[in-house]
Design a protein around this ligand. Structure first.
Ligand SMILES: Cc1cc2nc3c(=O)[nH]c(=O)nc-3n(C[C@H](O)[C@H](O)[C@H](O)COP(=O)(O)OP(=O)(O)OC[C@H]3O[C@@H](n4cnc5c(N)ncnc54)[C@H](O)[C@@H]3O)c2cc1C
Length: 501
């Protein structure tokens, strides 16, 4: 157990009682498990509407995954202004998000952070980043927003157990609702109060509970699936976890020397075992120590994995098959991926450009000449693969050699050897069954007063700021709903104490 829980106390509470919410006999308006982007957004918004909110976070600091997001730059949203188009980016289930995405749009997100003194800039493919390229700025702004609105955040405080507690107003005794696997909740018997017990054995009570414990990706950041276990116990169906955005491995000798090379606009293609091109796309690719990453590769990682399986299945056949295209046969000793360093230029044009270069610098060494076109590390890799010496004078390059180089510039082959482990996924698919969530309120349809936001929801989402946008939009909606409920007559102002006797 962590020895000292750290409390981030509200610095300037707005109309909040001047005392800690850690008094465990209080019934608070909202308990939030998980101080990631979804939990913090919900907490801050509910707090701004007058709710008394306590957040539990098992890590030393809030937003650990947020800090590593976007390579430490945090691709905070995708600045798509058309909500219909935005919704489409979330696949066939995306329409469920229409209401929350309309309520807190990417523009709202950008305005929100600007208001929190974190200017946001838009880059290619409408990816939005903090202007200072620091994910810490986003995380810190969220924590400040929470603090400003009287939210209390308990870090180093893992939640061990949640329980629905039956009761209505002042509780003389607490009865644990039937939250065992044998007796599942129905809406009619849903608890009115939620009890959260930390691993230190301390209990807290809330009229509403938000599970913002994240998904399955990168468990070392804290998202270890605790929320799914609780939800299952409470009668929810959890879809099997499956990583969807995962970097891939390649097995080409010397590939590690290319680590760090990247471009916003390279092409990427892959063929099935019959030689049919099934992936052809352009965008950001990153060469890593172990293989390939970057949004373009990540967004195709599921499809690449499926193709890999297909190639495995047909491996015997592919060696001998006569219906393979020339291109596939030429490179093929298994499944390969092809990077095009000049996606906007066809073979003929590129060849003419190379000829012009050679004519202008015929005495230069070939490697020096090619370094005008591509990074020197790539030049060495290509020339050694095709057995052309780098110190060959440009004028001595034969036509066949030139064609081979062009071929590699347009389709640099990388031999696929699998995806990285599930623990390295950027985003995982799987989570609570979406039919069990009311997407107007983000409340569970199985247990009232239980809210869900962020990665705990089972949505497909591409790379490009779309994951975090779900967190902002769903978190914001939870905050609004909780805030509106306490501002009605039956709000918690009437009964704020629990007798634990
Ligand atoms: C490497 C990487 C890069 C990414 N980059 C981007 C990007 O640039 N743009 C983008 O849109 N998305 C990105 N994502 C995805 C994005 O980070 C997630 O969608 C987002 O963090 C999910 O937020 P969340 O609040 O739902 O959950 P999380 O951020 O996972 O937060 C959940 C929190 O709950 C806490 N918790 C869990 N269980 C308990 C418990 N029992 N008790 C107490 N606390 C608990 C965890 O410690 C954690 O802090 C990236 C993901 C990864 C892994």
């Amino acid at each position: 157990l962590p020895k000292n829980p750290t409390t981030l106390k509200p610095s300037t509470p707005l109309e909040q009682p001047n005392k800690s919410y850690q008094d465990s006999t209080d019934i608070l308006d909202l308990l939030v498990i998980g101080a990631g982007p979804a939990g913090l957004t919900a907490a801050g918004r509910a707090g701004s509407l007058g709710a008394r909110v306590l957040v539990f976070e098992k890590n030393r600091e809030p937003g650990k995954k947020l800090i590593i997001s976007g390579g430490g730059r945090c691709n905070v949203t995708n600045a798509e202004v058309d909500i219909h188009r935005l919704v489409q980016r979330y696949g066939k289930e995306g329409k469920r998000l229409f209401s929350v995405l309309s309520g807190f749009t990417p523009s709202h997100c950008i305005d929100f952070f600007q208001t929190q003194k974190v200017p946001v800039k838009i880059e290619t493919e409408q990816r939005a980043f903090p202007a200072d390229n620091k994910s810490h700025s986003i995380r810190d702004a969220l924590v400040r927003y929470c603090e400003h609105n009287g939210v209390e955040i308990l870090t180093q405080t893992p939640v061990k157990e949640i329980q629905g507690v039956l009761g209505s107003t002042m509780l003389d005794h607490i009865e644990v609702a039937n939250n065992s696997k044998d007796s599942k909740h129905t809406s009619s018997e849903s608890p009115k109060i939620w009890r959260v017990t930390t691993s230190r054995g301390q209990s807290y009570y809330g009229r509403s509970l938000l599970l913002a414990t994240g998904g399955f990706a990168r468990p070392e950041t804290g998202s270890t699936g605790d929320g799914f276990g609780w939800l299952e116990t409470l009668g929810h169906t959890i879809q099997h976890p499956e990583p969807i955005l995962v970097p891939i491995r390649v097995s080409d000798p010397g590939h590690d020397k290319l680590m760090g090379l990247s471009s916003q606009d390279w092409g990427f293609s892959a063929y099935d075992p019959t030689g049919t091109k099934v992936i052809s796309a352009r965008g950001k690719i990153l060469f890593t120590h172990f293989g390939l990453s970057g949004p373009l590769v990540l967004n195709h990682s599921l499809q690449i994995q499926e193709l890999g399986k297909l190639w495995d299945k047909h491996s015997g056949q592919t060696q001998s098959s006569s219906n393979l295209s020339q291109k596939t046969k030429k490179y093929s000793s298994g499944f390969q991926l092809f990077v095009d360093f000049f996606p906007g230029t066809d073979h003929g044009t590129l060849d003419r450009q190379l000829v012009e270069l050679i004519q202008g610098s015929s005495r230069k060494n070939l490697d020096t000449l090619l370094a005008v076109l591509i990074p020197p590390r790539l030049v060495s890799q290509i020339l050694s693969t095709v057995n052309i010496p780098g110190d060959l004078k440009a004028a001595q390059l034969s036509k066949d050699q030139r064609k081979t180089i062009i071929q590699y510039l347009k389709a640099f082959p990388r031999r696929y050897s699998g995806r990285l482990g599930n623990d390295k996924a950027i985003v995982s698919r799987g989570g609570v069954d979406l039919d069990q969530v009311n997407f107007k309120t983000m409340e569970s349809l199985v247990c009232s007063g239980l809210f869900l936001a962020g990665d705990i929801l089972d949505f497909d989402r591409p790379s490009g700021g779309f994951s975090l946008q779900i967190c902002w939009s769903t978190g914001w909606r939870v905050g609004e709903v909780v805030g509106s409920r306490i501002n009605t007559k039956t709000g918690s102002k009437l009964d704020t104490k629990v007798s634990t006797g």
